[in-house]
Ligand binder design. Structure first.
Ligand code: G3H
Ligand code: 13P
Ligand code: ZN
Length: 304
């Protein structure tokens, strides 16, 4: 189909009570894996690039994502993940992204509102969707580090959405980025999500939503990885969050584990291989399987 506005995907998901997966890309293989999974499941997807990804691959990497999005038969939104400044969001909008996140979550409330409003003003003229964040996930969010969770306050969220006219809102309900999300039993604050959903009517976004599947971790560890206490958000909790109004679910870490696990395995089993295409093909397949599984968990299969 075509590159579509993030809003189109989110509004359709909200009506249909499912969520669209948002997968971070940093290279050709990840991009190919996400797109192949979306095509095979006939699902919409967000293909997203963080500022770290743009530093690593330049706007050429974004160009690759846009080129795929424009040629495949399913709707794809190309999205800026954790945009940390108005200038970067503007650059991405000008480059052709169909969705941007302006992440002012580390700023005081009034400043977060101000920068989000500025991005909304330029984005909406170009039919580009804007995601903002209120509350902070513990750990690293791109270049920002927070030592603890600051959960999203439901009434502040309602006020924020009203004042900014933002299209979707990322909420902090106990998830975090990376492979080590919980020390004890994994648990996200679904009650808080419910309260937010009662007061906020835009689609909600869940960051830090990798499930860090035990079998993927075990497979990587078998070939030399050391990820023993890694823990993610269990899939049943993701499903509950979708029922409570989450329409976009971000996943990056699971693809990273699948990628490096498959590379480790291939190199161990094929010590004489040296063609990167051979080395990276099983990794692409492994990531494609992760994305297909996530699409099914979110209920976006056959929603293209
Ligand atoms: O925000 C978290 C995503 O996993 C992106 O990570 O900043 O290392 O590209 P990154
Ligand atoms: P994970 O680290 O759980 O994959 O989260 C990714 C994310 O939220 C990207 O914005
Ligand atoms: Zn995130």
């Amino acid at each position: 189909m075509v590159l579509v506005s993030g809003n189109k995907l989110l509004q359709k998901a909200k009506k249909g009570c499912y969520a669209v997966g948002a997968f971070n890309t940093n290279n050709l293989e990840i991009t190919k894996a996400v797109i192949a999974a979306a095509v095979e499941t006939n699902s919409p997807v967000f293909l997203q690039l963080s500022s770290g990804a743009l530093k690593y691959g330049g706007f050429e990497l974004a160009g690759l994502a846009l080129a795929f999005a424009r040629k495949v038969p399913v709707p794809v939104a190309v999205h800026l993940d954790h945009g940390l400044s108005f200038e970067l969001a503007r650059e991405c909008i000008n480059f052709g992204f169909s969705s941007v996140m302006i992440d002012g979550s580390s700023l005081p409330f009034a400043k977060n509102i101000a920068v989000t409003k500025k991005v909304v003003a330029i984005a909406h003229k170009r039919n580009v969707a804007v995601e903002a964040e209120l509350g902070q996930l513990k750990g690293r969010e791109d270049e920002v580090f927070s030592a603890r969770h600051t959960y999203t306050d439901p009434s502040a969220a309602a006020k924020f959405v009203k004042l900014t006219n933002v299209d979707s809102l990322a909420v902090a309900i106990g998830t975090s980025h990376g492979a080590y999300k919980f020390k004890g039993a994994p648990k996200i604050d679904l009650q808080r999500l419910k309260e937010i959903g009662k007061l906020v009517d835009v689609p909600l976004v869940l960051h830090g939503a990798s499930s860090v599947n035990h079998s993927l971790v075990a497979a990587a560890n078998r070939y030399g990885a050391r990820l023993s206490s890694a823990q993610g958000v269990p899939e049943p909790q993701i499903k509950k969050a979708v029922k409570l109004g989450v329409c976009k679910v971000n996943e990056d870490t699971d693809l990273r584990i699948a990628f490096t696990g498959a590379v480790r395995k291939f190199l161990k089993e094929n010590p004489s291989a040296y063609d990167p295409r051979e080395v990276l093909s099983p990794a692409t397949e492994a990531m494609k399987a992760v994305v297909m599984r996530r699409i099914r968990v979110l209920g976006s299969e056959n929603r293209a």
